[in-house]
Design a protein around this ligand. Structure first.
Ligand code: CP
Length: 303
């Protein structure tokens, strides 16, 4: 993985995914190791973030690296008309690795082709969010003891949810049975569904959340991605499509874990937080260990 960019989840092999999960497990046991003292990590966030940016910065800082970057395109020279190409060429000279989030699909691939250092995609529009996927895989394996042969439900905005797109692709390596729960307007794009079909895996499309809850090991809730809708009225029609309440979980499996990439709006009520099956805040914590593993592996400090 040394010097490799991570733009799409499929840029890394299944074996490389597993290696990252193993390294993350080691960092969870020992999160403070000064193995990146000689490195500079640039975090370029052209779009808002709490978890991804801060967990990357926490990961880098705990390993002794210096972090530079911006949290908002408005505080960069993009406001003066600078192109993404020129920004990446310039920042490449200041750091050893770039972590970038950008609203445009394909921007991370473009950046990786221009940069002289590896680029990690921290989310490009509605396309991909591969580092979220690795922490999701880590969370699934940790809670279920395996990745193979699980029933996984994806609920909510399957059209614009980049975390869904990356995780569906990754889970196609593990004989997953998929339950796709969404309004008609927000179904999984056919380009992503093709990955499931190509592997001849089982998938079921639903509109009713209740019928799915007793059947699954992982309930992956998602926010309706308001910022991706061209017409605000279209968002209004679907914004309350699925709301998970604690009393809806009574018939669920013992091993069920409720995951959510966060942020949430109203799709999980706060009474669910007290349920032992709620896993989303620990899931976000796992992001630190997984991002430590990624930085260390891509910078070639661990193998
Ligand atoms: N899951 C995730 O990407 O969260 P942020 O938008 O807060 O980074």
């Amino acid at each position: 993985m040394k010097n490799k960019s991570l733009v799409s989840i499929n840029d890394f092999t299944r074996e490389e995914h597993i290696r990252i999960l193993e390294l993350a497990g080691a960092f969870e046991k020992r999160p403070k190791q000064k193995i990146l003292e000689d490195y500079v990590v640039a975090t370029l966030f052209f779009e808002p973030s709490t978890r991804t940016r801060l967990s990357f910065e926490s990961a880098a800082t705990r390993l002794g690296a210096r972090v530079i970057g911006f949290t908002d395109a408005a505080s960069s020279s993009v406001t003066k008309g600078e192109s993404l190409r020129d920004t990446i060429l310039t920042v490449s000279n200041y750091c050893d690795i770039i972590v970038m989030r950008h609203p445009r699909e394909g921007s991370a691939r473009f950046a990786s082709e221009v940069a002289s250092v590896p680029v990690i995609n921290a989310g490009d529009g509605a396309n991909q969010h591969p580092t979220q996927t690795l922490l999701d895989l880590y969370s699934i394996r940790k809670t279920q003891g395996k990745l193979d042969n699980l029933n996984v439900a994806f609920v909510g905005d399957l059209k614009y949810g980049r975390t869904v797109h990356s995780l569906v692709q990754a889970l196609c390596n593990y004989n997953t049975t998929f339950h796709l729960v969404s309004p008609q307007e927000l179904k999984l794009p056919s380009s992503v569904k093709m990955n499931i079909k190509d592997r001849n895996l089982a998938y079921h499309q639903h509109t009713d959340l209740m019928e799915v809850i007793p059947k699954v090991d992982i309930l992956y809730m998602t926010r309706i991605q308001k910022e991706r809708f061209a017409d605000p009225l279209d968002y209004e029609k679907v914004k309350n499509s699925y709301i998970l309440r604690n009393n809806m979980l009574s018939g669920s499996r013992e091993n069920l874990k409720i995951m959510h990439p966060l942020p949430r709006v109203n799709e999980i009520t706060i009474d669910v937080d007290e349920n032992a099956k709620a896993y989303y805040f620990t899931q976000a914590l796992n992001g630190v260990y997984v991002r430590q593993a990624l930085l260390a592996a891509i910078l070639g400090v661990v193998e």
